[in-house]
Design a protein around this ligand. Structure first.
Ligand code: AMP
Length: 298
């Protein structure tokens, strides 16, 4: 597998259908599932590894975001990547951009409301990755449901010729959604962090038993957090297509939670779809082994 640092080198690496998996690195099985999915669909798989400063706010974890290029190189290659695109900030932003990319509406709620500038930072880097790498397909996780909705809308609005695929959330054995930020959690914090997925799984069961009401579904998550003394930034039901707040599951939706646990700010969600008039929850997939995040092997 080649490691490159410029957009031109990525374009030179194209052969046949090219898939892009954008990441911020410190790979875990959530990222690896996207790479494996891309490897099944595409002839060439490019994994980008870039901690984008524009999507971090003041006081956030930009400076301490975990990084280990050699570790990521091995994991990405094993999962089926052909090229690792690991640019430095100057490769991506030779000059601070004066162009803004803002997906109005979608960018202003949930994460956008709690992390000012974050969604626009994601929007510009994704636009640059699509323009610079020129992939045929790009793979994103449902774990970041709002980001997925935003990228889809961005691609459609700007006629970007990239097919955007959304892949299921991968969870640790006990349900905690995999995140590079899980490495910030102490053992105690990790136990408390399980309140997010536990609440969402309870809500998934309730939805499949017929509960459509947004406040009642959200209350199940809030109750789970409160039991562990975790305060939520938000718990919200929103539409999958445009992240519109929903009172009830009347269209494909997701129930999202964001909360700070110890040194980590975590997000998680379940998608809830309507199938033949009944609600079906996507709970994601669970590992049956310890995650590579903690030093295990894939
Ligand atoms: P990140 O490195 O956190 O920016 O994530 C890069 C990509 O991996 C995004 O499309 C995320 O949605 C996706 N991703 C992160 N965590 C998971 C997970 N636990 N399961 C599936 N996809 C994930």
């Amino acid at each position: 597998m080649d490691v490159v640092s410029t957009f031109a080198e990525c374009r030179d690496a194209h052969a046949g259908i090219t898939g892009l998996v954008p990441t911020m690195g410190y790979l875990h099985e959530g990222h690896l599932s996207l790479i494996e999915c891309a490897a099944r669909d595409c002839d060439t798989v490019i994994v980008s590894l870039f901690v984008n400063p524009l999507q971090f706010g003041q006081g956030e974890d930009l400076a301490r975001y975990p990084a280990d290029l050699e570790r990521d190189r091995e994991l990405a290659a094993k999962a089926g990547a052909d090229v690792l695109f690991a640019p430095v900030v100057g490769d991506v932003y030779p000059e601070p951009p004066v162009t803004t990319v803002s997906v109005t509406g979608i960018a202003g709620v949930l994460e956008g409301a709690h992390r000012p500038g974050h969604m626009d930072g994601v929007a510009i880097v994704v636009t640059k990755l699509f323009a610079g790498v020129q992939p045929d397909r790009a793979y994103f996780g449902r774990k970041d449901a709002q980001q997925l909705a935003m990228v889809r809308r961005l691609g459609a609005d700007l006629s970007l010729p990239v097919l955007v695929a959304g892949c299921p959330t991968v969870r640790e054995r006990d349900g905690l959604a995999l995140s590079s930020r899980n490495t910030y959690l102490s053992a105690d914090d990790r136990t408390r962090a399980l309140a997010l997925s536990r609440g969402l799984m309870t809500a998934a069961d309730a939805a499949e038993a017929g509960e459509r009401d947004g406040s009642r579904l959200a209350a199940l998550v809030t109750g789970s957090l409160e039991a562990e003394g975790v305060a939520a930034d938000y718990v919200a039901l929103a539409s999958q297509a445009d992240v519109r707040p929903l009172d009830a599951v009347t269209e494909p939706a997701f129930l999202a939670v964001a909360a700070r646990v110890g040194a980590a700010r975590l997000i998680d969600n379940i998608h809830i779809d309507l199938v033949d008039g009944r609600l079906v929850a996507d709970r994601g997939v669970r590992l049956d082994h310890p995650s590579v995040l903690y030093g295990g092997t894939a």
